[in-house]
Design a protein around this ligand. Structure first.
Ligand SMILES: NC(=O)c1ccc[n+]([C@@H]2O[C@H](COP(=O)([O-])OP(=O)(O)OC[C@H]3O[C@@H](n4cnc5c(N)ncnc54)[C@H](O)[C@@H]3O)[C@@H](O)[C@H]2O)c1
Ligand SMILES: O=C(O)C(=O)C[C@@H](O)[C@H](O)[C@H](O)COP(=O)(O)O
Ligand SMILES: [Zn+2]
Length: 370
């Protein structure tokens, strides 16, 4: 793959609006930032406690040489800090540091940092620029692209948010080497989702290359991250504000978000997406869209990437009730994403409570067999 292929442009309304750089280090970050004229701007690097400890100084050194002033804002790692309280503290930091409209935020971390920083950028002074420097597999393949930003509210996932596009997405793939195994697997949940909703060849590639991926071989990582970025880019270019096809990216999320909340965030987002994908694939099979063998295969692929396909200790009725708070509700009906086949999804509002309960029992009972 040559350099040209490592930069993907995300277009909006026919104009190139931002680029995604896939790199092995931070060497090209100054070049990537050239078009944003950062020399006279203040930058605030927002990260969580883990990312700051591991890589904070490295990024600050790169940025300090090329822009006006660099400040840092660090909050404790974890989904429980993706809240308005953290946003408030960040506003306070920006006001104290006299950030104005031409200044910029740098989201340096996983999806929690990216979503929260993007939302702060969308709302501070009615909107300032931000860039994404994603450091987890999940954030490189999914959350850093497409401009969905937001925070949780009283444990309701992403209840407060805005669409606000980053000005650049720059990923250093070698940072993935320090990710804990469970976090790596979490990213695989969204990646397998991408194959299932959009691209059968990509899904097959994932089934065939799990060893290279699990060994974090650089070429395999690059092929996979690029593959997912292309899928996500295609979907968000077609439908930036989720009027149609973008809802497909929510495959596995209706039940996944309910499990995430009811498990008090003890399971990662991608783990819950995997469980939710299993439930949605089960419903797709029940409706005759997938064969039993395809359903089994999805289970096998998720498990091969160390993802859970079921869960325990939850009440089926409570999961059903939690799905009713999903953002995809429309006039009292859940907009459920199912598969019409491997590689293609569809949205339906006719999934009944009984069907949801059946799918939920499938992922709960399956848990007892583990
Ligand atoms: N906006 C979107 O389109 C979108 C898409 C998918 C998920 N999300 C959101 O993203 C969040 C999940 O993101 P996530 O999975 O990245 O979780 P995360 O941001 O909580 O990061 C997971 C853990 O990994 C640590 N970490 C990050 N980078 C590291 C590195 N390179 N080495 C070692 N440790 C590292 C973090 O400190 C954290 O403890 C959820 O809130 C989810 O709702 C948003
Ligand atoms: O980018 C999107 O659109 C997605 O749906 C990606 C999902 O993986 C992500 O978890 C998203 O935050 C869920 O959407 P939400 O609108 O239910 O918060
Ligand atoms: Zn997700």
């Amino acid at each position: 793959m040559d350099q040209k292929d490592k930069i993907l442009d995300v277009k909006k309304d026919g104009n190139y609006s931002y680029s995604i750089w896939l790199e092995p280090d931070f060497q090209k970050l100054p070049e990537a930032l050239e078009q944003l004229h950062v020399s006279g701007r203040k930058l605030c690097i927002v990260s969580d406690s883990n990312v700051d400890t591991l890589y904070g100084t490295q990024l600050k050194d790169v940025l300090s040489g090329i822009c006006g002033k660099v400040t840092s804002y660090v909050f404790p790692a974890g989904e429980e800090h993706k809240t308005l309280d953290t946003v408030r503290n960040l506003y306070e930091h920006l006001i104290l540091e006299k950030f104005d409209r031409k200044d910029m935020l740098v989201a340096f971390g996983g999806g929690v940092v990216g979503d929260l920083t993007g939302f702060t950028a969308a709302t501070y002074l009615r909107g300032i620029d931000f860039i994404q420097v994603p450091t987890t597999l999940l954030s490189q393949v999914d959350s850093s692209i497409g401009g969905k930003t937001g925070v949780d509210f009283d444990a309701y996932k992403n209840m407060v948010g805005a669409f606000h596009m980053p000005r650049l997405v720059y990923m250093n793939l070698n940072l993935l080497r320090s990710l804990p195994d469970r976090q790596f697997a979490s990213g695989m949940g969204e990646i397998i989702k991408h194959g299932l909703i959009q691209d059968p060849a990509y899904y097959s590639w994932l089934t065939e290359h799990y060893q290279e991926v699990m060994d974090k071989q650089y070429e395999a990582l690059l092929t996979m991250v690029e593959g997912s970025c292309r899928i996500k880019r295609h979907v968000v270019e077609e439908d930036p504000t989720e009027q149609g096809i973008r809802a497909w990216l929510n495959f596995g999320h209706t039940i996944g978000h309910a499990v995430e909340k009811l498990k008090n965030f003890t399971l990662s987002h991608g783990e819950c997406v995997a469980i939710g994908c299993m439930a949605a694939a089960y419903l797709s099979e029940k409706r005759g869209k997938l064969t039993e063998s395809e359903l089994k295969d999805i289970r096998k692929v998720l498990k091969s990437y160390q993802l859970p396909v079921c869960t325990e200790g939850l009440d089926a009725e409570k999961i059903l009730s939690a799905t009713k708070h999903d953002k995809k509700m429309d006039a009292g009906k859940i907009k459920f994403v199912l598969l019409s086949r491997i590689g293609e999804a569809y949205v339906t509002k006719d999934v009944t409570d009984d069907e949801i309960l059946d799918a939920v029992r499938y992922i709960l009972e399956d848990g007892k067999d583990e």
